[in-house]
Design a binder for this molecule. Sequence first.
Ligand code: AMP
Ligand code: MG
Length: 415
Amino acid sequence: MAQLSKDAFVFGHDILSVEQALDAIRKRVTPIEQSESVALCNAEGRVLAGDLIAPIPLPPFANSAVDGYAVRFEDLANAGETRLPVKGRVIAGAIGKGDGSPCAIRIFTGAPMPDGFDTVYMQEDVTRDGDFAILPAGLKKGANARPAGEAVAAGSAAILKGRVLRAQDLALAAALGITTLVVHRRLRIAVFSTGNELTEPGQPLGPAGIYDSNRALLRVLCQKLGANVTDLGILPDNRAMIAAALGRAGDHDLILTSGGVSMGEEDHVKGAVEDAGALTFWRIGIKPGRPVAMGVVDHAAFVGLPGNPVAVFVTFSAIVRPLVAALSGALYEPPLPLPVIADFSYRKKPGRREFVRVSLARDEAGQVHAKKHPRDGAGVLSSLTETDGLIVLPEEAESLAPGETVGFLSYAALL
Ligand code: AMP
Ligand code: MG
């Protein structure tokens, strides 16, 4: 039987993989239930609370996809061209009909197909001879006509619940005649920074001070995910004060902090979470960003991000974004890394997922190459402003050689 050392499960020895953390989030987090009705014009970025059922079909009626001539397929000759009298004209917004005899009807894009007419010739393919249209052979039945309900059937789910609504979703809702949507309420996220060295931008900087940049980052990232953010400012490295602040923020859906989660004796966030609530796990196998604490404080999920700004950025995209999605009831698929060619070599420890900041450039052959930023410290914020995205190196990888294909995630896809 295996011998477990006394400290096998003590903090610092038990590293959770990103996948295990995401799995725990998927299994253990239940979304908020409250919803509200919002006007379409205010629904961008909100999370649809229930399937949107189409009240009408789309298109609502069969119509022409082109400017041309509507015919009944059965009136066409079996072989060779067909000569039909043109009887009538139907424009978008009007109704047209034939007289029952074989004929063609002049029709325009979006106009309803006259009763019994099923096929449309594009005007470019038709020769006019006075009141007659000469129609070439070879057109298929139903060509250039859009049947009713072709895109969306009445009564079907046009948009699935959990969709984070984009402009095209709102356009589809508008096409269905809908003016308001039921969405989950916005998530309430409390954000604070910890660190005795931190100074609020705008205030004078002491000799050992740095300005707090993580809150500026986290506020915006949370707002981009549709949350209402409560800014709780900067807290000193003091366990009791951090625990008290956590306790006061327990009515939020999520509390996000940065700094103070490493193993140093001045890292008080984990202890404060234990005092104010329960620490579930910490240390995730991710670089930059390894120490990430997670827990529950009162009603709120808690995530303690590391202090280094690049680590904050990376762990937010890898852990907080899926957690926010799970809490807010949003469907979430991790972004798909796109293949690019690495122009650099890299060594890493197996067992953790690593992210490398890179810029992209295209060579003469059209292939996309990734160039690593020269400064890869987790504190170098400018390495994020001067690059296009991150290369993901999977847990099992140990090294990377120039010329290898790697997965690239753009900042836009990540956040
Ligand atoms: P910590 O995780 O608290 O050990 O912090 C790691 C590094 O990140 C230290 O150099 C901190 O000064 C820095 N840091 C922590 N919090 C912030 C913040 N809010 N903004 C900018 N840098 C920070
Ligand atoms: Mg600190």
